[in-house]
Ligand binder design. Structure first.
Ligand SMILES: [Cu+2]
Length: 241
């Protein structure tokens, strides 16, 4: 090893340049309080909270490589209900139900509408804007989902235990941000914090997200109108006879 190489590699380590193997895990745990949701209250199901880190002491890091992911339409549900995807990813919405479905978003993140599509077919949507996308079906008012489009490489969606790990976070300062679909924005903003990740990583104290103030409200259809009452089974404009 030459002196020149030694000096370069020392500098790379010191500056935390990409390629240095010093990234470590940021771990923590989320709990959800003041919820009216039976799964949260009785079963302590804390799944579906999105947490992410934004670097504050260095230029914005490139996001994770775009992926192709699935959000399935089955039993009149979008499954998984919440996913987080790298910016530029494409999400497939295969329809595994014996009825027509739709997927659209019209008031947050990235507006899209895949139209009405039949059983056994698929529609795909590329997500090119970062943000929280609320997904609905224009036929079934009870169907909803969340797609968190992330421009940072450090993000995670909590499992039912609420315990999470963000692997491979380089040392530095970050803003910890989060999203929970039944928390009001003010509560989530109050939980944001500046964190300092050491070479050995960081174990965060318990994050307690309150659903206080959340009022479930019916959303509108893709035309901005209330959903028409369902007269029978699968009766809706354009339904196959
Ligand atoms: Cu539907």
């Amino acid at each position: 090893m030459t002196w020149r190489w030694l000096i370069f590699s020392s500098a790379a380590l010191w500056l935390g340049l990409p390629g240095s193997a010093r990234a470590a895990a940021v771990s923590g745990e989320v709990e959800i309080t003041n919820s009216r949701d039976a799964g949260v209250r009785k079963r302590k199901n804390y799944a579906g909270v999105v947490l992410w880190l934004e670097s504050v002491d260095r230029p914005a890091a490139a996001g994770a490589a775009p992926k192709r992911l699935q959000m399935v339409q089955r039993d009149k549900r979008f499954t998984p209900h919440i996913i987080a995807v790298p910016l530029g990813s494409t999400v497939d919405f295969p329809n595994f139900d014996p009825i027509f479905h739709n997927a659209f978003s019209n008031f947050s993140g990235q507006p899209f509408d895949v139209g009405l599509y039949p059983p056994g077919t698929n529609r795909s949507v590329p997500f090119k804007l970062p943000g929280i996308v609320r997904v609905f079906c224009n036929i079934h008012p009870t169907m909803s989902a969340i797609i968190a489009v992330m421009s940072t490489p450090w993000f995670v969606v909590t499992p039912p235990s609420g315990k999470f790990t963000l692997p491979s976070v380089p040392p530095g300062e970050y803003q910890l941000r989060m999203f929970h679909e039944r928390a009001v924005p003010e509560n989530l903003e109050a939980l944001e914090r500046r964190i300092k990740v050491a070479e050995s990583g960081l174990a965060l104290p318990l994050i307690s997200i309150s659903e206080t103030g959340f009022v479930p409200a019916p959303h509108l259809n893709k035309y901005g109108q209330p959903y028409p009452p369902v007269v029978s089974g699968e009766s809706y404009p354009g339904a196959p006879k």
